[in-house]
Design a protein around this ligand. Sequence first.
Ligand SMILES: NC(=O)c1ccc[n+]([C@@H]2O[C@H](COP(=O)([O-])OP(=O)(O)OC[C@H]3O[C@@H](n4cnc5c(N)ncnc54)[C@H](OP(=O)(O)O)[C@@H]3O)[C@@H](O)[C@H]2O)c1
Length: 270
Amino acid sequence: MPRLSGVVVVVTGASSGLGWHLALGAARRGARVVAVARRLERLEALEAAIGAAGCPAPLVVQADIGDLAQVESLGRRVEEECGGAQVLINNAGRGAHGRLEDLPAGVVDRVLATNLGGALHCTRVFLPQLKRHRPGHLVFVSSVLGELPAAEHAVYCATKFALNGLAESLDCELQGSGVGVTLVEPGLVDTEFALVSGRPPGRFSRLPASGADQVAERILRAVEGGRFRLIPDRLAWVGIAFRRHFPRSARLFFRAAFRRLLRESQLKVR
Ligand SMILES: NC(=O)c1ccc[n+]([C@@H]2O[C@H](COP(=O)([O-])OP(=O)(O)OC[C@H]3O[C@@H](n4cnc5c(N)ncnc54)[C@H](OP(=O)(O)O)[C@@H]3O)[C@@H](O)[C@H]2O)c1
């Protein structure tokens, strides 16, 4: 996928954070962006920002990607109004902070339905379009927590580990189909994510967070360069390499680190 100019790029979760900057960055490269999320007023603000930058007008679609019927309808609209997609960026996602037994079942279901179900629905619906318009490209925005554990983020971690399996398997399955795959594993990014997840303010505050605009730019460059795996920040890269090469030591390290973190947060609650 050497250039995004003139290409139809579907971005899920385009109403804020990484997705907003992915949509804006793709539009600035001359792509026809299909911006998808549930909050229509945010999508309309994105549409205005894209217009103000003098870029091609996006197609804005309000949809919940966890709902297959809505994703199928999205697929039909992209076909009818844009002639089909060439790039799908599976970016929409949410977290849920808390011990597994304390999380309401509805929250667990929503995290699974969005992070994993949504990516599966969108990929299945758009793959035929990407193949028809090849070279096509599929992007999965996973997380450093697609390879590392995190206490009080077990459900989120489970979905991101699953997303990694999906991306790596499709990378094998789609060989020769003209559709490339990029798997992105960001560390902390400065977005609304923590707020939506209910993560306590200050948790992980000692760790550096990347700017969403910078991470989005690196993702778009990875798509253009046909790169499979992108770990945009150095600390995430070090953590992942440590766990891959020294799994036993990494397990001990993460257990100790989270024991300390949980103890500190309990002390704060008292
Ligand atoms: N921020 C981080 O530290 C970090 C680190 C690693 C990975 N990530 C990953 O990066 C991706 C983007 O997150 P972000 O940091 O940009 O967070 P964010 O600002 O909260 O953005 C999440 C986006 O997903 C959309 N979304 C959530 N549920 C949806 C649903 N059911 N259907 C359609 N859209 C939905 C939201 O829009 P609506 O609410 O309008 O639907 C929003 O646009 C996520 O996959 C996240 O797991 C984030």
